[in-house]
Design a protein around this ligand. Structure first.
Ligand code: NAP
Length: 308
């Protein structure tokens, strides 16, 4: 199992290339949450991604209950959560909000420390000195061991890095076969087409240059939670390509969708969103698949992208 671990950022924290997203688990029966958590752990997918807002906090709670009931020890899992969104009202990176949010996360996760805390979405009113002060306190109290961000632009990260002394280890961003803006702009540099539009300030290269692990959220979605592209009749060409490549590697299209992200040399960590134990195994099968350059581009093109 250990040969598949990767380093988070430049830290000594070794993590599985697939993180298990817990945003959708609050609707499951408690028995099914237990099956889901147990299967994750059995597969070695022991990195769980949470946020204080998922299920209004209930995702963290049901996860913690299941984890405890299964008898796993705290040290067997790597727990990540996020703060900074007050849904529908504001983004909030103030010191008080961050500290209060982490206390709530720790209470709901029934633990005394988080392995990783991410700032969820950029706050227009960010005062980086406040973030720095909050991170220092959380670290010195032993409440948070590592820090990162989500949905941030290179200059936003650069601003934080000027004040925050802990390394920013991760930036969680939407990325998958049908959400490739950060790759498109690198391919279409200086062209006049849609692919050249710079929506993220070159975040992919920035993260590679600064040892920040990109965590790919919504790896199976098209649009913003618009639905899954696998087996979706709206995307016949993509699904044909996925099936073709899947047949060649004797795996499923779902596995190929994960392998496509893992093939990128930036060493992107995939954050799955499935709530089904059997799909977790299908995702993990991607560890055994190494797509060729031709296959990777074939899928990229079949998703409707063009090369200049
Ligand atoms: N940082 C951020 O701003 C941000 C935003 C969104 C999400 N996230 C994180 O990213 C994680 C993943 O996001 P997501 O849930 O949108 O990801 P996703 O993996 O793209 O979508 C998962 C959803 O797709 C369904 N699905 C249907 N067919 C599937 C297939 N063949 N393979 C996989 N899933 C299939 C799943 O249903 P089943 O459950 O029935 O499999 C589930 O409802 C979240 O849990 C959360 O931790 C972060």
């Amino acid at each position: 199992m250990s040969e598949h671990l990767m380093r988070l950022g430049a830290s000594d924290l070794m993590v599985p290339p697939i993180a298990v997203g817990c945003m959708r688990i609050s609707g499951l029966a408690s028995r099914d949450v237990e099956r889901f958590v147990d299967q994750s752990m059995q597969l070695g997918l022991n990195f769980f991604d949470h946020a204080d807002i998922y299920g209004k906090g209930s995702c963290e709670e049901v996860f913690a209950r299941a984890y405890k009931a299964l008898g796993y020890k705290r040290g067997q899992a790597i727990l990540q959560s996020k703060c900074g969104i007050v849904p529908g009202k504001r983004f909030d990176f103030s010191r008080d909000h961050i500290l209060a949010s982490v206390d709530g996360i720790l209470r709901r996760l029934d633990t005394d420390y988080l392995d990783v805390l991410l700032l969820h979405r950029p706050d227009a009113l960010v005062e980086p000195e406040e973030v720095a002060s909050a991170f220092d306190q959380l670290q010195s109290q032993g409440k948070v061991r590592h820090f990162g961000v989500s949905n941030q632009h290179p200059r936003q990260i650069a601003l934080l890095r000027r004040y925050v002394k802990q390394p920013i280890l991760a930036n969680q961003l939407q990325f998958g076969i049908m959400h490739t803006g950060m790759i498109d702009q690198g391919i279409h540099v200086n062209m006049l087409d849609e692919g050249a539009v710079d929506r993220d300030g070159g975040i992919l290269d920035y993260c590679r240059l600064h040892d920040i692990t990109i965590q790919a959220w919504s790896p199976f979605q098209h649009g913003f939670f618009s639905g899954v592209f696998v087996d979706n009749p709206d995307f016949p060409e993509l699904n044909e390509a996925l099936k073709q490549v899947a047949r060649r590697h004797e795996v499923s299209p779902t596995t190929i969708a994960v392998a496509w992200i893992l093939r990128h040399p930036a060493r992107i960590q995939v954050v799955t969103g499935t709530t089904r134990p059997e799909r977790l195994a299908e995702c993990k099968a991607a560890y055994g698949v190494s797509l060729t350059r031709d296959e990777w581009y074939q899928i990229y093109l079949a998703a409707g992208n063009i090369l200049p």
